[in-house]
Ligand binder design. Structure first.
Ligand SMILES: *Cc1c(COP(=O)(O)O)cnc(C)c1O
Ligand SMILES: [Zn+2]
Length: 423
């Protein structure tokens, strides 16, 4: 993990701009290069991730920090004074014991990590906060992203708060609430006639042509991706500094899942938690399940698909981290499963009725996958299990709008009320 043998960071960076990060490491050939606005290995074009030289970090030190992701600053590529620059301060969302859902599914010890409580109501605020810090430290001028929706919300809001020029690109057919909840922060929302993979290709092209554009999930992706580690850190801390035995995580590009694993490993390497075994499970919608298909076929490569699902926030047909998701699931003894759109709707309703949590379609995918993993014997019902809800149901109302509604519409009289049989 240590890359302290690296040369000094690229010219023009201030001392400590990236905290304890020491360089960029290729995830394929492990070649290293200095910190900078780079995302592909100079040797093999493999994707880069952040390497660190961690100092000793104690639980007490972390617990004394702010109640947001900056409490983990020593473990992130951000400067020690990060909490003093304008940012969205996401994280430290609730971890709820899910007694009712556990009973319903036959799971003895189930928790929901509810990331809908972030500033723009999805887990994306975590990754965007780190990308914003990197864009600032690298002196980039435009804060941008291609998005399936939630990322556009998070980038537009964080860019507004930071006073940066912000441009976000979305597929033209997104859910209206996600369009409005981006456009409210910026007048540079661009709808592209194409699906997410088309939008992503366009973003890469612009990033190559224009100087100083920070596309959070393209050219500053190594920094962005580290934000997902904080989900793993929080789960461990909130369980009383312990790793759960099983985790179920939604998969779009697959970055979140692989970085929760990286976060768990870093906690172990720093002695902050005991080295206990855990299994990581991935959840996809059947209409966009390239990683699940590869897992089931025993393949190492992920064959791209054309997405067709109501779970638009997970609709990435060519997932950048797909092969690494397969590695993590196989190494930890987990699995990747997928569920139909009808099961996604059922999952949203199940979580709402049992735990009072309204998830967006991505959460429906994850809850439905949890259920399927139990029913097919892939999850151990006795083991401590954490399932992620990564977004808010108010953004995807259409998914369930035709399934729920008033039990009756009545005149304002007591007799009319008694007539409908609720008493
Ligand atoms: C983006 C997103 C994910 C998955 O993120 P990846 O890191 O790309 O796999 C999960 N849930 C929601 C709600 C999202 O918006
Ligand atoms: Zn390489």
């Amino acid at each position: 993990m240590s890359t302290s043998t690296l040369a000094a960071p690229a010219a023009g960076l201030r001392e400590g701009a990236f905290g304890n990060a020491t360089g960029l490491v290729c995830r394929e050939c492990r070649a290293t290069q200095p910190l900078g606005p780079f995302y592909a290995c100079q040797e093999c074009f493999g994707p880069l991730e952040i390497g660190y030289d961690f100092p000793a970090v104690t639980r007490e030190q972390i617990e004394a920090g702010p109640k947001n992701i900056w409490r983990y600053q020593p473990l992130l590529p951000v400067p020690a004074d990060i909490a003093s620059s304008p940012n969205m301060e996401p994280g430290f969302t609730r971890l709820l014991k899910a007694h009712n859902l556990g009973r319903e599914l036959g799971l003895k010890n189930l928790w929901v990590k509810d990331d809908s409580g972030n500033p723009t109501h999805s887990f994306k605020d975590r990754v965007v906060a780190i990308a914003l810090s990197a864009a600032r430290e690298l002196d980039m001028k435009v804060f941008a992203c291609p998005s399936t929706g939630n990322l556009a919300n998070a980038v537009a809001a964080a860019g507004a708060r930071a006073g940066m020029k912000t441009v976000v690109f979305i597929p033209h057919d997104l859910e209206i609430p996600k369009v409005v909840a981006s456009a409210i922060y910026t007048n540079s929302l661009v709808a592209v006639r194409g699906n997410y993979d088309d939008v992503n290709r366009l973003a890469s092209e612009i990033a190559g042509e224009e100087d100083g554009w920070a596309f959070v999930n393209v050219n500053v992706r190594p920094y962005y991706a580290e934000g997902s580690k904080t989900l793993g850190f929080e789960v461990a801390e909130q369980l009383g500094w312990r790793l759960p035995q099983q985790v179920v995580i939604p998969v779009a590009s697959g970055s979140q899942l692989t970085k929760v694993d990286k976060g768990f490993q870093e906690l172990v390497s720093l002695g902050l938690v005991e080295d206990t075994p855990y299994k990581i499970f991935g959840a996809q919608a059947h209409g966009c399940s390239p990683v699940s298909a590869a897992f089931k076929d025993g393949h190492d490569v992920v064959r791209p698909v054309k997405p067709d699902t109501i779970a638009k926030s997970l609709a990435i047909g060519n997932p950048a981290d797909g092969p690494y998701v397969l590695d993590v699931a196989r190494r930890t003894g987990g699995a990747i499963e997928d569920v139909t759109d009808e099961e996604v709707r059922d999952g949203i309703q199940l979580l709402a009725r049992t735990e009072g949590i309204f998830a967006e379609t991505a959460g429906g995918v994850t809850i439905a996958t949890l259920k399927k993993l139990v029913e097919t014997g892939q999850l151990d019902p006795e083991a401590e299990t954490v399932v992620f809800n990564t977004g808010d149901g108010l953004k995807t109302l259409d998914a369930v709008a035709d399934r729920v509604g008033p039990a009756a519409t009545i005149d304002p009289s007591y007799t009319a009320f008694t007539a409908i049989g609720l008493v």
